[in-house]
Design a protein around this ligand. Structure first.
Ligand code: FES
Length: 122
C-alpha cells in the first residue's frame, strides 16, 4: 500500500510494524506498543534518537543532530517520517555513537551542523 511503510526493529528480534508514511515514527510505533524514549517531541533534544540501518527518512524538522551524528545514521523519531521501508535500531543501546566527550575528542569543522560549519579551504 502506498500510504504505509514496513519498519523492522533490528534490535528487538526483528519485530516488524506497519506504519503510516506521513506521520512521525515516534507516534506510530508507540501506538503499536513499542517502548521508545522521548522528551521534547519536536526534534530538539535527541532523546528519541534511533539508528537508521537501512532506508530513508524525511527529518527536515530536526534541529539537534550534527553532521557527525547524521553520518552515523541517527534519526530523531519524533520528527522522522519514513520515505521507504526501514530497518532501525532503537532505544539507548542504539546511542553508542550518539555522544562523545568534546574535550577528549572535539568535533572537526565538517562535523558541525551545516549552518555553523566553516567551509573547508580548497
Ligand atoms: S523527543 Fe526531543 S528530539 Fe525527539
Amino acid at each position: 500500500m502506498t500510504g504505509t511503510r514496513t519498519i523492522t526493529i533490528a534490535n528487538r528480534g526483528g519485530a516488524v510494524f506497519e506504519v503510516a508514511a506521513r506521520r512521525p515514527l515516534l507516534e506510530t510505533l508507540r501506538e503499536q506498543g513499542v517502548d521508545l524514549p522521548y522528551g521534547c517531541k519536536c526534534g530538539g533534544c535527541i532523546t528519541c534518537a534511533a539508528k537508521l540501518v537501512e532506508g530513508r527518512v524525511d527529518q527536515r524538522r530536526q534541529t539537534a543532530l550534527n553532521n557527525r551524528q547524521l553520518s552515523h545514521g541517527y534519526v530523531l523519531l519524533c520528527v522522522a517520517r519514513p520515505e521507504t521501508d526501514l530497518t532501525l535500531e532503537i532505544g539507548v543501546e542504539s546511542h553508542d555513537k550518539l555522544y562523545r566527550n568534546p574535550f577528549l575528542d572535539p568535533l572537526e569543522p565538517h562535523e558541525l551542523k551545516a549552518d555553523i560549519a566553516t567551509p573547508k579551504e580548497a
